[in-house]
Design a protein around this ligand. Structure first.
Ligand code: 5RP
Length: 254
């Protein structure tokens, strides 16, 4: 654990209690240290990745980084990068990404991830599957003993056609793990509408009472269902995980 990034309230030893957002920023800035001039960089989505995109723009404008090309993983990150003046491209023109930086919702001890609670899992997976180095940036609240272990959602992007049917089939796959699926919605107070992804699809959030078993088997079973586009488990994809916690920041490489 590198404690050099801990902040002290004065020259005395009492540390400042950092907010979750400050921890996210510390992890993000640490990841940006790996970005070099001339790189094609996958730009992640979410409140943690946003700090990394801000920092890359700052370094570009100060001249410390040059000739960066960003590949955004969502419409919102695309908008952020455009507003900051980061030159952008896509996987058609740059099929090999040098480095991608993104947040995650869960990180297990093997560096497997859950992503997509922000809804961008498909584009994130496409960009992050095409990168040579994938740096995951999280605060310590995202660490879990096993995937699904936070009790929060594991998202699955599906086509809107007959979504209830697909939801039931997803639940049936994991009946022994007590899986319950919910269509993600926006709005409230009786005005809920299905949440629609950047790709025009819906999201089913899966909740597990128990470990879902072998992750590769679970992934294969989900992807075999017609109607499923992609799921939010990123198995064996991260090459580096940066965790910011109250005691400092750790960088773990695979
Ligand atoms: C979006 C994602 C995000 O990376 C994930 O939800 C983490 O978000 P945050 O950094 O806001 O906690 O996968 O689809």
């Amino acid at each position: 654990v590198d404690t050099s990034l801990m902040v002290s309230s004065s020259s005395s030893v009492s540390p400042v209690i950092l907010s979750q957002d400050e921890l996210k920023k510390i992890a993000a800035y640490k990841a940006v240290e790996f970005v070099e001039s001339g790189m094609v960089v996958g730009l992640g989505t979410g409140s943690t990745a946003k700090h990394a995109v801000d920092k890359i723009a700052e370094l570009l404008h100060s001249g410390k980084l040059k000739n960066i090309v960003g590949i955004p993983t969502s419409k919102i990150t695309h908008e952020q990068a455009v507003s900051l003046g980061i030159p952008l491209s896509d996987l058609n023109k740059h099929p090999i990404v040098d480095l991608a930086i993104d947040g995650a919702d869960e990180v297990d001890p093997q560096m497997n991830l859950v992503k997509g609670r922000g809804g961008s899992l498909l584009r994130e997976k496409m960009v992050e599957a095409a990168t040579k180095k994938f740096i995951v940036i999280v605060d310590e609240s995202k660490l879990v003993n096993y995937i699904g272990g936070s009790g929060l959602a594991m998202p699955v992007e599906i086509v809107p056609f007959c979504w209830e049917f697909t939801l039931k089939r997803l639940e049936m796959l994991f009946i022994e793990a007590g899986c319950v699926g919910k269509l993600r919605t926006t709005g409230g107070g009786g005005d809920e509408e299905p949440y629609v992804t950047d790709n025009g699809n819906y999201i089913i959030d899966l909740y597990f009472k128990k470990d879902m078993g072998d992750l590769k088997d679970a992934s294969d079973a989900i992807l075999r269902l017609a109607g499923v586009v992609e799921h939010g488990m990123f198995i064996d994809m991260a090459t580096t995980v940066i965790v910011a916690g109250k005691l400092g920041v750790s960088v773990t490489n695979k």
